[in-house]
Every structure is written in structure tokens, then in C-alpha cells.
Design a binder for this molecule. Structure first.
Ligand code: SAM
Length: 306
């Protein structure tokens, strides 16, 4: 039998878009897209049907109503129907276009030709069912932070295949591998990319191939900080981690085991109102928050060891 997917269509007030997005991500959505519909926003999400029962969708509908009521906004409408895999791939892809991020990056969907005359670092991406198309504010904040962090890596290092200043990075919660690929393009010698979702790891493997990155420079693996600990022989130089705030708070104590006094880290997936709690957890574990960058209601913390 062909694989089928639930296509969810949620019509909401634009102010609810981000909270709906994260609710869907938590619920197991394998692709989310949004578009303006007059004064409203239409969010579409895709879930494999084997993973979700009708009852789950009814529960999701209730959560979305509650989330809206809590912030005094009108309740969103949720509709769902089944589509087959082929339609899913087409529906999802039509919303995704090349996108410039920061001063250096251009994210190019794998199925589109390269835009002409760009001097940007191109990340070719087919996220498949993983998170990380570059559309989300948190991914953008992480890529821009990497750009600032790694702009000092001499490009001669990139060209020479790594003769000077080797830089090893851990990408925790790699999704499509977008941040790992960005780090390699900026000159990192080696990136360990881990994710608890095996489909994300698979997606990072295929995006590594799509970007012609050698297996020695980008090492995807299923797991989390514990897996990086097993893979590395020495602490890493940098950590990038775009996961939800409560997961970051849980993982921070373990991260000390892969850090040294000069290690820096970039954390996102954090709502502005959660930043104090995350900063608190970081400081208790020997990190100092150097900068906080904001986009929409999200923030990104750039930290170093104290
Ligand atoms: C918001 S996505 C980030 C994807 C990509 N790094 C980006 O910036 O667009 C978060 C990813 O973290 C993964 N994840 C969730 N909890 C995790 C954990 N405890 N350890 C490692 N990965 C985790 C999820 O499976 C998901 O792929």
C-alpha cells in the first residue's frame, strides 16, 4: 500500500503562527509551511498517517484552541485530510524557494537550479521529512551566529583542505544538517551532527552528499550529547544547538563533558520569555552569555566558558 500522509490546514491569526509551528513540531510534523490569507495565516503541516490516529488530531485541535485562548486570540480552525506520498512531496516543495540568510549564505532547494551570479556560500538542501529548511527564525539566527563566529577561519584553510587552525564543532539536534553544512562551508574541519530522530540523521547524510562534503568532515549519528561524547577524542571547539528550551536546559549539564575552557556555543529554539531560564541553567554549568540575538519572538544565545 502506498504511504499516506495527513495534510493539516490551520487558519489562524498571524500572531499565532509561531506557537502553532512549535506545537506541530512537538506533535511530530514532518514539514510545515505557511502563507498569508487576507488578514489570516494558513499553516499547513504534514504527518505520516501511520504515526497519527484521528483521536490524536482531535487532541491537537483542542491544544490549538487552548493556546489561542490563553493569549486572548480567536481560536484557529483545523482541517485535515489524507494525501498520498507523491502529493505530499509536491505540496511541500511548492512553498520553498531559494533564500539568502545573513551576509554569506544562500539556501537552495535541491530540486531547483542554482540562482545565477551569487557569490554566497550555497547550502543545497532537501530536508525530506526533517526540520531545517532555513525558513525558521531560529535556524537563521544560528546560521548568522555561525557566520560571525567562523568569519575569522582563514579561507585558505577551506581551500587547503584544512592545513591550519582545525576547528571541530558539535551540532546537537541537526535536523536536515543545515547548520553542520553551514559550519563546514565556513571552514570547520569536522562537524559531529547528532539527532535523536533517525529520519533527521538520514536527511543529514543525504544533504552531506548533495553538498559534496566528505564523510571525514561531517559525521552524522543518531543520539545526542552522549553520542558526541563517544565519538570525539577531545573536547570540541564549538557547539550549536537549536532545540526547544526545556531540552536545552536538560542537556546543558552533559555538555561540560565535551567542552574545554575555550569552547563557545550557540543555542536557539528559545522563546524570549524562556531566555532567563536557559541563561540561568547555562551559568550554573560554567557558561557565560555573551550576546542574545532576537528575531520575532525567538532568541539565540551566544555563550562561552566562564
Ligand atoms: C528545531 S530542529 C533544528 C534543526 C536544525 N538544526 C535547524 O537549526 O534548523 C530540532 C531537532 O532536534 C532534535 N532533537 C530533539 N530533542 C533532541 C535531543 N535531546 N538530542 C538531540 N536532538 C534532539 C529533533 O529531532 C529535531 O530534528
Amino acid at each position: 500500500m502506498a504511504n499516506t500522509w495527513w495534510e493539516l490546514e490551520i487558519l489562524c491569526e498571524p500572531a499565532l503562527e509561531d506557537s502553532i509551528f512549535w506545537r506541530l513540531e512537538d506533535f511530530g510534523s514532518r514539514g510545515t509551511a505557511s502563507e498569508s490569507k487576507g488578514n489570516s495565516c494558513l499553516v499547513k503541516a504534514y504527518l505520516p498517517s501511520f504515526q497519527t490516529q484521528l483521536l490524536d488530531l482531535a487532541a491537537l485541535s483542542l491544544w490549538l484552541r487552548q493556546d489561542a485562548l490563553c493569549v486572548g486570540l480567536s481560536t484557529p480552525s483545523l482541517q485535515w485530510h489524507l494525501i498520498d506520498e507523491e502529493d505530499w512531496a509536491t505540496s511541500w516543495k511548492q512553498y520553498w524557494h531559494p533564500q539568502e540568510i545573513g551576509d554569506r549564505f544562500l539556501i537552495n532547494p535541491a530540486w531547483l537550479p542554482l540562482p545565477e551570479s551569487s557569490d554566497r556560500l550555497v547550502i543545497h538542501l532537501d530536508p525530506g521529512v526533517a526540520f531545517g529548511t532555513g525558513n525558521h527564525a531560529t535556524t537563521q539566527l544560528c546560521l548568522e551566529s555561525l557566520e560571525m563566529r567562523l568569519s575569522s577561519v582563514p579561507q585558505s584553510f577551506v581551500a587547503s583542505g584544512g592545513q591550519s587552525e582545525p576547528l571541530v564543532i558539535a551540532d546537537i539536534g541537526c535536523g536536515s544538517g543545515i547548520l553542520s553544512i553551514g559550519a563546514v562551508l565556513l571552514g570547520a574541519e569536522k562537524v559531529y551532527a547528532v539527532d535523536t530522530d533517525p529520519l533527521a540523521v538520514q536527511s543529514t547524510f543525504s544533504n552531506r552528499a548533495l553538498n559534496d562534503i566528505s564523510p571525514e568532515r561531517l559525521i552524522p549519528a543518531e543520539g545526542s550529547v552522549d553520542m558526541v561524547k563517544r565519538l570525539v577524542s577531545q573536547p570540541v571547539d564549538g557547539i550549536v544547538c537549536n532545540i526547544l528550551a526545556h531540552v536545552i536546559i536538560e542537556l546543558v549539564p552533559e555538555m561540560s563533558a565535551i567542552a574545554k575552557p575555550s569552547t563557545w556555543a550557540i543555542f536557539s529554539g528559545i522563546l524570549l520569555e524562556q531566555s532567563a531560564a536557559v541563561a540561568d541553567a547555562l551559568e550554573k554549568n560554567g557558561w557565560v552569555v555573551a550576546t542574545l540575538w532576537k528575531r520575532k519572538e525567538w532568541c539565540c544565545l551566544n555563550v562561552r566558558r566562564s
